[in-house]
Design a protein around this ligand. Structure first.
Ligand SMILES: [Zn+2]
Length: 272
């Protein structure tokens, strides 16, 4: 073999291995996988947040693969109560984008799947990306249509979705004092429970930003029995830290190989 081809091949193998860490072992299949999605919609050319957009075709392929490979779909309230068993997966959606109703709902129904929706109460006309980084003021996420109450009611009535808390305004919890944090957390639970006549048992920290000393206790005090973060990975023992559960980030920028690797190992490669 010519020296240049050999070098190119070695460089490619190293790149591929670093990116996908294909040699890594599978995390125990008795540990549930919690998948984090935001939007199920086609990417927008040139948009900043395309990682949050998983196209409907790819989403369907992922759900079909889970079904075909004997993963059992649960909501977060079921996950917390479930006995350890092989291959349990909880699909979660953050924020409340309308495409969850327009695109994801029918796919979940088709494959007899379930999901948990971490819904922001005051979600319309609100640009929460700026409360994380002030330069995120493109309005891209603000301009995405959010779910209406009527759509949500239909999703809940189907039995396919359950609601989780995600604060009233998608607050950056680190920027608030304890009273205001508690109002955001408990207030969102109370508001959604009375509006939709349902029970919320799980919470998601907005942006995955939280104070690990105080905030899990506030979430517990508000009456939730679990909370998910945006830390990438497969959750450990649920009894040890039910208020800091890791999730597997499903990015619209990843291919199908990356999805399968994430299901096995929590992360796609060495770093993410
Ligand atoms: Zn969010």
């Amino acid at each position: 073999m010519n020296y240049l081809i050999l070098t190119t091949l070695i460089v490619w193998i190293l790149w591929f291995s670093e990116r996908y860490a294909w040699w890594g072992s599978t995390v125990d299949l008795k540990r549930p996988r919690v998948l984090m999605y935001h939007m199920v919609s086609d990417p927008v050319p040139g948009a900043k947040f395309n990682g949050l957009r998983v196209s409907p075709d790819i989403f369907e392929r992922q759900v079909r693969w889970l079904k075909d490979n004997d993963w059992r779909f649960v909501t977060m309230s079921e996950l917390v109560r479930h006995k350890p068993s092989d291959k349990v997966v909880a699909i979660t959606f953050d924020d409340g984008f309308e495409d969850n109703y327009l695109n994801a709902y029918a796919i979940l129904k088709k494959y007899d799947a379930k999901a948990t929706l971490y819904l922001v109460v005051d979600r319309h006309d609100r640009d929460w990306s700026v409360s994380k980084k002030s330069h995120h003021n493109s309005g891209e996420l603000k301009n995405e249509t959010k779910l209406s109450d009527q759509q949500i009611q239909e999703m809940l009535d189907s039995g396919i979705f359950e609601l989780g808390g995600h604060t009233t305004t998608h607050a950056n919890l680190l920027a608030l004092d304890e009273d205001s944090k508690y109002k955001e957390i408990k207030g969102s639970k109370d508001a959604l429970e009375s509006l939709f006549e349902t029970k919320l048992s799980s919470f998601a920290y907005p942006f995955g930003i939280y104070d690990p000393i105080v905030d899990p206790l506030l979430v517990q005090r508000a009456g939730f029995d679990s909370a998910v973060t945006t830390e990438d990975g497969i959750m450990g023992d649920i009894a040890t830290s039910p208020f800091e559960l890791q999730r597997i980030k499903i990015s619209g920028k990843d291919g199908f190989l990356a999805f399968k690797i994430r299901m096995r190992r929590g992360k796609r490669g060495l770093r993410k």
